[in-house]
Ligand binder design. Structure first.
Ligand code: NDP
Length: 275
C-alpha cells in the first residue's frame, strides 16, 4: 500500500505542503501519497489518520502545541520550542520534531549564502517561530542575538533558553522596540505575524547595517511592510519565508523517508516576486 502522509491545520486550504512533498516524492522516487486534513479536534483527527495507515504529519497553525502534547517522544528542538511541526508514527510511538528553526537557518546560510558566525542578528517577535529559531541560530556562533517583542515576558523566556544553551549575557539579550535606536544588525528577521495583516512591527528604519539581509518569515505576500521598510532604508538583500518553508519540508521528508530532496525546484515554483 502507498504510504500516507498529510498536513493538518485549520484553515488548511492555502497549504503548499502537498505540492512540495509530492514534488519531493517524484524527484526522489518515493512511493507516497500526501494530502491535507482540515483539523477540528486534533487528537481525534490524528487517531483517525493513523487508523487509516498514516505514517507522518506536518502540523501547522493552530495545532503545533497539540502536536507537542500528542507525542510520546519529543526531540530537543520540540522541547525548546514547546511546539512540534512534524510527527512520525511507528506502531504506538509518536515522535515529534520541529524543523522550522533549522529550515530558516539552512535557508539563510545555504540558499542565501549568509554565514552567521560573528554576525549581529535581530529577531522581531517571540512566538513559536522565533522560539524555534533561536537555538539553531546560536549553533552558528553569531556575535549577538537581540530579541524584540511587544510582550516583554516572552522575550525574557527566549533569553533564558539562550542562556541555558550556554550563550553569554553579551551574546543574547532582549530589547524593547522603543530602546532600539542606534543599534544596527547584519541580519534582521521579521518573525512576528504582523505581515499576515499587512502591519509593520514598530522597528526603527535605521536597524539595518550596511550589507544587511532583511528576512520576512511570512511568504507569498510580495513586498510586505517590513520588507518595504528595509528596501526604503537601502537594504539590497531581501528574502521571504518561501525558502524556510521548503527547507523545513525537506527536513521532515528526510526524517520520514531517509532521503533528503533538493529544494531549489520547489522554491523557484513557489517564489512570489518581492515587488
Ligand atoms: P505566533 O502567533 O506564535 O507569534 C506571533 C508573534 O508576532 C508574537 O511575538 C507577537 O507579539 C508578534 N506580533 C503580532 N502582530 C504584531 C504587530 N502588529 N507588531 C509587533 N509584533 C506583532 O506566530 P508564529 O511564530 O507561528 O509565526 C510568525 C510568522 O512566521 C508568521 O508570519 C508565520 O506565517 C511565519 N512562519 C513562517 C514559516 C515558514 O516556513 N516560512 C513557518 C512558521 C511561521 P506578542 O507576543 O506581543 O503578541
Amino acid at each position: 500500500m502507498t504510504d500516507q502522509y498529510a498536513v493538518i491545520g485549520n484553515p488548511i486550504q492555502q497549504s503548499k505542503s502537498p505540492l512540495i512533498h509530492t514534488a519531493f516524492a517524484q524527484a526522489t522516487g518515493q512511493d507516497l501519497e500526501y494530502t491535507k486534513i482540515e483539523g477540528q479536534v486534533f487528537a481525534a483527527d490524528v487517531d483517525a489518520f493513523r487508523a487509516r495507515g498514516g505514517r507522518g504529519l506536518n502540523v501547522t497553525a493552530p495545532f503545533k502545541l497539540d502536536a507537542f502534547a500528542y507525542a510520546t517522544e519529543r526531540s530537543q528542538a520540540v522541547q525548546l520550542a514547546g511546539a512540534a511541526n512534524a510527527l512520525k508514527f511507528e506502531g504506538e510511538r509518536v515522535m515529534a520534531e520541529n524543523f522550522d528553526g533549522v529550515g530558516l537557518v539552512r535557508d539563510v546560510t545555504h540558499n542565501l549564502q549568509r554565514p552567521l558566525r560573528g554576525q549581529r542578528i535581530l529577531i522581531l517577535g517571540a512566538g513559536g517561530a522565533a522560539r524555534g529559531a533561536l537555538v539553531p541560530f546560536l549553533a552558528h556562533a553569531p556575535a549577538l542575538v537581540v530579541i524584540a517583542n511587544r510582550t516583554a515576558a516572552k522575550t525574557a523566556e527566549l533569553v533564558d533558553i539562550g542562556r541555558q544553551q550556554g550563550a553569554g549575557a553579551d551574546q543574547v539579550r532582549a530589547c524593547g522596540y522603543a530602546d532600539m535606536a542606534g543599534q544596527q544588525f547584519d541580519l534582521v528577521i521579521n518573525a512576528t505575524s504582523a505581515s499576515l495583516r499587512a502591519e509593520l512591527p514598530p522597528v526603527p528604519a535605521d536597524v539595518f547595517a550596511n550589507g544587511a539581509l532583511a528576512y520576512e518569515l511570512a511568504y507569498g505576500k510580495g513586498l510586505t511592510p517590513f520588507l518595504r521598510l528595509a528596501q526604503n532604508a537601502g537594504v539590497k538583500q531581501l528574502a521571504d519565508g518561501v525558502g524556510m518553508l521548503a527547507e523545513q519540508a525537506a527536513e521532515a521528508f528526510a526524517w520520514w523517508r531517509g532521503v533528503r530532496p533538493d529544494t531549489m525546484a520547489v522554491i523557484e515554483k513557489l517564489t512570489v516576486p518581492l515587488v
